[in-house]
Design a protein around this ligand. Structure first.
Ligand SMILES: *[C@@H]1O[C@H](CO)[C@@H](O)[C@H](O)[C@H]1NC(C)=O
Ligand SMILES: *[C@@H]1O[C@H](CO)[C@@H](O)[C@H](O)[C@H]1NC(C)=O
Ligand SMILES: *[C@@H]1O[C@H](CO)[C@@H](O)[C@H](O)[C@H]1NC(C)=O
Ligand SMILES: *[C@@H]1O[C@H](CO)[C@@H](O)[C@H](O)[C@H]1NC(C)=O
Ligand SMILES: *[C@@H]1O[C@H](CO)[C@@H](O)[C@H](O)[C@H]1NC(C)=O
Length: 531
């Protein structure tokens, strides 16, 4: 009996002395259907995983894994639906890979079925450890299609439909004054591809609203919107209205084609003022949303207007953005004592002797621009890579309410407190500080980031300058004046660049298509910037 206890104790001692622990990010990883995602998982403290067993699996599918690495190589036992889509990868550019205990999973061509948790299991001779990473899949559906049907009582029955969403979207109706209109009925359905479709109708009279908007949105804040002006429809007969609807659709279709053709010249438009007013939301447009150089909301007074959202991967014309370039310098008066700023007020980093305690991002290491803005559009660029190194892992770039004091901790950094930013937090990926934070990964990391502040429209957009790509837009409502915000993280430099400013004037607000067509019907495509 005693000997059994001794054996057990000895076993226990051996096990604890060589125990290993894996770590994963605390928050879910969010990604779009079709994209590639990294599910980070690593051994802490670092230890080589080359001789260990690494098993990624779902739910209780231990013996049917998404990926199995054993005896020094990936075993050919992958679960059917993940075959050829999964591999081991680095969780960041700085990672030493398997040798340093990085066992992160790369999953390509994401499907709706990948939504949910993945278990990262690592086993050595005497001990094992496992943790779960949650993957949230989203899919942005088609632009809502609105169609009116005049009713006998003088009202119009407008129906709105959109498909290709995940998870289930919500649909809201609003009038031109931003009032919510009550839907007469709403139905959701799910296709064989597991995507959701939504359909809703509402009956309105001219006294309720002239311009009716239907917006389909995900909980993350990503949305698509369509609008319809009912003025011409109520006054004319039903057949005329139907014919005109058809005409508008045809026109929009051809305009869409033109836009697609000229997309590198175009920048789009974020139309949803009403919704932005309600709450902060952001749009992530790595895969399918369009790039947007916002302009002042043209007020939709007359004519039927519908928004056209482009589904294609959209490039931006950085030259267009640079028309709004402003020179930004660091305000040396109020920098954190652990930061250094060069004489030209363009470069900043932490003091060499600065010692960062803890694992959390050093949120307090902030510097602000000397320029403040309370209207208009302003653009600046930041360099995130120094000669012969890989792009920085840790930084914050955004804007802040002028006069805010130095930052303390993350919980205090909210839009309502006057902070709006994108944070690159090493292995934890990128996230925004908005109320429903969007977290995502970008590989490779951007080397040069463009920032467009559109004060009047309440938008802060980020661009990958090297590749002319729109990354995401944060929408909010700014009040008072705001100043650029920078945090260089630790151990490397951030440089504010001087953008070459194009010579042409900065106005580009001519709509591509505008008022014309008889009987007061008009359609407008809010994707201006075509030159
Ligand atoms: C995986 O790739 C191999 C070789 O490229 C191919 O033969 C096989 O059909 C693929 N399997 C799946 C499930 O796509
Ligand atoms: C409005 O149109 C929808 C179909 O799009 C229909 O289901 C609904 O009954 C109509 N409502 C009225 C009041 O006619
Ligand atoms: C963060 O800051 C807020 C407000 O300044 C404070 O109430 C809170 O206790 C702080 N939290 C931590 C963990 O320091
Ligand atoms: C962004 O920029 C980097 C280099 O600056 C590039 O390698 C990367 O692929 C770019 N694309 C996206 C979509 O982030
Ligand atoms: C819109 O209509 C007004 C008045 O008819 C006209 O002056 C203006 O040029 C038109 N705009 C466009 C872009 O066609």
């Amino acid at each position: 009996m005693l000997s059994i206890i001794i054996v057990l104790l000895v076993n226990l001692l051996i096990e604890t002395s060589v125990s290993l622990t894996v770590k994963v990010p605390g928050d879910p990883v969010v990604s779009h259907v079709g994209s590639t995602m990294i599910l980070p998982c690593w051994i802490s403290p670092p230890e080589s995983a080359e001789a260990l067993e690494i098993r990624w699996y779902r739910h209780n599918q231990f013996s049917n894994p998404v990926l199995l690495y054993n005896h020094g190589k990936i075993q050919d036992v992958q679960e059917e639906s993940h075959r050829n889509r999964s591999s081991l990868t680095l969780r960041s550019d700085q990672s030493g890979g398997l040798k340093d205990g990085d066992v992160s999973l790369r999953l390509e061509k994401l499907r709706v079925q990948d939504d949910g948790s993945f278990r990262c299991y690592v086993s050595g001779e005497n001990s094992y450890s496992s943790e779960e990473v949650v993957l949230k899949i989203t899919a942005l559906g088609s632009s809502p299609v609105l169609s009116p049907k005049p009713l006998d009582d003088g009202r119009v029955n407008i129906s709105c439909g959109s498909s290709g969403w995940y998870p289930e979207p919500s649909i809201t109706w609003t009038s031109d004054e931003g009032r919510t209109l009550h839907p007469g009925g709403t139905s959701h359905s799910r296709g064989a591809d597991k995507m959701f479709s939504v359909h809703s109708w509402t009956a309105v009279s001219l006294s309720d609203a002239q311009l009716v908007s239907c917006s389909v949105s995900l909980r993350s804040g990503e949305l698509k919107e369509g609008r319809l002006n009912i003025q011409g429809i109520v006054s004319s007969g039903p057949w005329k209205a139907l014919f005109l609807t058809f005409l508008i659709c045809a026109l929009l279709g051809s305009v869409g084609f033109i836009l697609y053709k000229y997309r590198e010249k175009l920048t789009g438009k974020k139309p949803v003022k009403e919704i932005c007013d309600e709450e902060t939301m952001e749009r992530l447009s790595k895969e399918e949303t369009n790039t947007e150089e916002p302009k002042k909301e043209p007020d939709c007074e007359e004519g039927t207007q519908q928004k056209l959202r482009k589904e294609v991967v959209e490039d931006v014309n950085i030259e267009e953005l640079r028309k709004h370039a402003v020179e930004i310098t660091i305000n040396r008066e109020i920098i954190h004592p652990d930061l250094m700023v060069t004489k030209d007020c363009k470069n900043m980093r932490d003091q060499p002797e600065y010692h960062h305690i803890g694992e959390e991002f050093p949120f307090q290491l902030c510097a602000f621009g000397a320029q403040s803005f309370s209207s208009g559009r302003h653009y600046w660029e930041v360099e995130l890579v120094q000669m012969n190194t890989s792009p920085k892992n840790f930084w914050i770039i955004g804007v802040m309410k002028d006069g805010n004091s130095l930052l303390k901790n993350r919980s205090a950094l909210t839009p309502s407190a006057g902070f709006w930013f994108l944070c690159s937090d090493g292995p934890y990926g990128f996230y925004t500080n908005t109320d429903s934070s969007i977290r995502f990964s970008l590989t490779p990391r951007p080397e040069r980031l463009g920032v467009l502040l559109d004060y009047d429209d309440g938008q802060l957009s980020f661009y990958n300058v090297t590749e002319n790509k729109h990354l995401l837009t944060i929408s909010s409502r700014f009040s008072g004046s705001v100043v650029p915000l920078f945090n260089p993280g630790i151990r490397s430099l951030i440089t504010i660049l001087d953008c070459p400013k194009p010579v042409e004037p900065a106005e580009s607000s001519q709509p591509l298509l505008s008022n014309n067509s008889d009987s007061g019907l008009t359609n407008e495509v809010k994707s201006e910037g075509l030159i």
